[in-house]
Design a protein. Structure first.
Length: 318
């Protein structure tokens, strides 16, 4: 396996594909997933600028069975065509991780994404053994995800140890923040050994320090924005990148945070629809993910508005 090439293939936009479900029975909505990937491809996403993640955290891996995770990965890989795909392989079970690694290899995924087992406390040695066992299971490239908010944080020392495992070619990187500059320290020190995926929205800083991949959830609504981001980063116009982040990306992320804090707030969900419509003005095809995500809520609101209008009409007639 040419891990140097895999490392190169990982560069660009790292796009977490949402897993769509049918509202009626929560079965996997295959056509919805395929439509969404076609939307991305028809609006600038390709093998030169992106990697798609199937069944990651924002792809609801934690709610799916093993068989569903494999099916979702197979759908994404098939529809992606020549775009590299990473398969989410986060799990509390090392045995399941081994199975996921083998299935990813069989399906033709380029990478698996692995994070430290969660819920129970784990040591760095536990996590290292977890990764090592997966590396023995197949030759698929490995992306280590530092999910410090749910499990043990990946330390500088552990990153150093990971350089000894050839399959580990990428780090999806976010850290706790202190005066020790943990994020910058690791990126600056190991950018030559790994492809860093900035998962902390510090794009100008991380690119200057050597990161070459960027987690951009916004691409699911507005793929052209991600393509523009890469071009601006490659031009070294870091001031413009930061201004674009603040003026264009921040409204989406602020709304995401607002919905996380109060998922029952109907006004926030309607705001999602408005922002998605604004983003759609820059695309030739409307983003199906957002539509699917808020479908029920929007229908409920439209029905309520329709009933109000009918009542007003009847009142006037009387």
């Amino acid at each position: 396996m040419d891990y140097a090439q895999l490392k190169k293939d990982l560069e660009g936009l790292y796009i977490t594909i949402p897993t769509l479900f049918h509202d009626e029975d929560l079965s996997i909505n295959e056509e919805g997933i395929r439509t969404h990937i076609r939307f991305l491809k028809e609006n600038g996403i390709n093998k030169e600028n992106a990697v798609l993640l199937a069944g990651g955290a924002a792809g609801d891996f934690s709610t799916m069975s093993f068989e569903e995770r494999i099916r979702v990965a197979s759908i994404v890989i098939d529809e992606a065509g020549n775009i590299p795909v990473a398969m989410g392989a986060q799990t509390t079970s090392t045995q399941e991780l081994i199975r996921l690694s083998k299935e990813a290899d069989r399906l033709g995924a380029s990478f698996i994404q692995v994070s430290c087992p969660f819920y129970f406390n784990h040591t760095e040695d536990d996590f290292y053994d977890h990764i090592q066992e997966a590396s023995k299971a197949s030759d698929v490239g490995m992306i280590i995800y530092n999910t410090f908010w749910t499990s043990a944080e990946v330390s500088f020392g552990l990153v150093e140890r990971l350089t000894k495992i050839p399959q580990v070619i990428g780090l999806k990187w976010a850290t706790t923040r202190s005066v020790a500059m943990e994020f910058e320290d690791v990126v600056h020190s190991f950018a030559g050994q790994f492809c860093f995926i900035d998962n902390d929205l510090l794009f100008p800083i991380s690119h200057m320090l050597g990161a070459r991949a960027f987690e951009v959830h916004l691409c699911n609504h507005w793929p052209e924005w991600g393509v523009k981001l890469l071009k601006t980063l490659e031009a070294g116009d870091y001031k413009q990148v930061e201004m674009d982040m603040v003026k264009e990306a921040k409204p989406f992320y602020k709304l995401w945070k607002k919905i996380e804090m109060d998922p029952d707030d109907e006004e926030s969900w309607m705001e999602v629809a408005v922002l998605a419509d604004l983003a759609a003005n820059y695309s030739t095809i409307y983003d199906v993910w957002c539509k699917d995500m808020i479908n029920k809520r929007v229908k409920m609101r439209m029905m309520a508005d329709k009933k109000k209008a009918m009542k007003k009409g009847k009142a006037k007639d009387n």
